[in-house]
Design a protein around this ligand. Sequence first.
Ligand code: SF4
Ligand code: SF4
Length: 72
Amino acid sequence: MYKYRGGPRINYAKCTGCKNCYDVCPPDIFDFDKRTKQVTVSYPEECWYCGSCLYDCPAEGAIELELPLACA
Ligand code: SF4
Ligand code: SF4
């Protein structure tokens, strides 16, 4: 059974589609849709919670990182 354990969430109202998060994520949890020019969170369960996506996102509030309960 899949257990939700947090991960990044993208606010598409603020996201510019710059792909920085896609480019910097070490475990490659994001995908990029060339047609819509949007990044999607495809593998949230693979997130390391390193914070790189937040650090390199130029649009404030476009990405939020929800930590797993054990880290909250
Ligand atoms: S916190 Fe790190 S591992 Fe998780 S999505 Fe962001 S860049 Fe990837
Ligand atoms: S880095 Fe931020 S603005 Fe750029 S695609 Fe990712 S969420 Fe969107």
